[in-house]
Design a protein around this ligand. Sequence first.
Ligand code: IFM
Length: 479
Amino acid sequence: MTTDIDNATEGEDALAARFPAGFTWGAATSSYQVEGATTTDGRGRSIWDTFVAEPGRVVDGSNGDKAIDSYNNIEGDVALVGELGLNSYRFSLSWPRVCPDGDSRVNRAGLDYYSALVDALLEADVTPWVTLYHWDLPQALENAGGWPKRDTAERFGEFARAAHAVLGDRVKHWITVNEPWCAAFLGYASGEHAPGRREPAASIAAAHHLMVGHGLAARAIKEADPASTVSIGLNFYPVYAASDTPADVDAARRIDGVQNRWFTDAALKGAYPEDIVEDFEAVTDFSFVEVGDMELINAPLDCLSVNFYSQFTVTAAEGGAASASAAPTNAGSPWPANEHIGFVTTGLPQTDMGWEIAPQGLTETLKRLHANYPQVTLAVTENGAAFPDKLVEGQVADSERLDYVRDHLEACADAIEAGVPLVGYFAWSLADNFEWAWGYTKRFGLVYVDFETGQRVVKDSGKWYGDLVRQARSNGEAK
Ligand code: IFM
């Protein structure tokens, strides 16, 4: 006779067996969301420090001043990564911690923190994956015009070089820019993210300069260490039309184009998709694109980092949520050409963000990316879900998150079996943290954090993920 628990264990063994030896198993965080210590050891001000201080920008009026205090807790956080059995950890560098004024002056104390984190990870046999830009632009660069200005991209290339000069002997996996879609369009078009500007034309220039910055950073890292793995982190969503009317089908084309093809085609084909260029021409003349930019953006990449959470269904008809703030998802309304596109729900279960749970969309996305860009390996560098967790008698029984992670890992295994060169999976996030404009109201962690005391408790989903990872890694060693 088997019990439910036996069945669950058999299911997990079977899932673990579907991943290849050497697979990267990780969890991810980002600097502003976890570090705190925003004025410590010479860190400069970032656009998020400014943004959160403006009334109404963050739903609970909170900020990242303390976050989950990871800056002062290297040992504890690395121990958690070890407790989960992970072989990799993805974190980002705070640019203003390294370059407080965004210029060539490097703050050695800031780099010392990352150096100590890297050493602690390596000591624990955990491979660091470092993201260079996860949205905390030095305020000094925003004061000079921000990402819509080309100079910001040049400064980013210098920052990448400086960071690599200190960490590159030990860090071999680099992600240049995380989710430029959010940085450009939520930051400069819908204004929901820092710096909170609502300037459609500038947002498209920002998107371009984020990609120029990506190219400059990729080149700097590859020049310094040709053996390193360079990647860019992009967020993908399958996009469906709400109906087969030509207007809805065109709405889906436009959202798919800006969300799934704009950055990927630039990085991996060296050209922006023509249909979206035509859409954007309604608001910009592209005079910010210089000769040689597309070749630079098309710098050889080793890996494409895939962040995946949900799917979109869109309509051109009245009745859908018309803007990012009203949308059931985080989908922005980044430029006037889509101001009549709405986002509709389809009845699927949703997370606490209101994001539909659609794991088969991850398989679909990975297969599509491999078909369109066969030259790179793929890694899922973010995947996870917010739910309103409760700590009860020392336990967080987050079965919905556990199911979410398991179903998305099944989706990854399906993609691998279909021939997709998927090399890794990072859960978002290692621990509950500051969820941008949602403050501390949304919990994504595998580890629960008491935001008052900083106490960490591994949730049931984290325990489950840890067991799966240990099983998969031991299978790999036996192979
Ligand atoms: O918390 C964010 C992360 O910073 C970027 N990707 C999406 C996550 C969940 O919203």
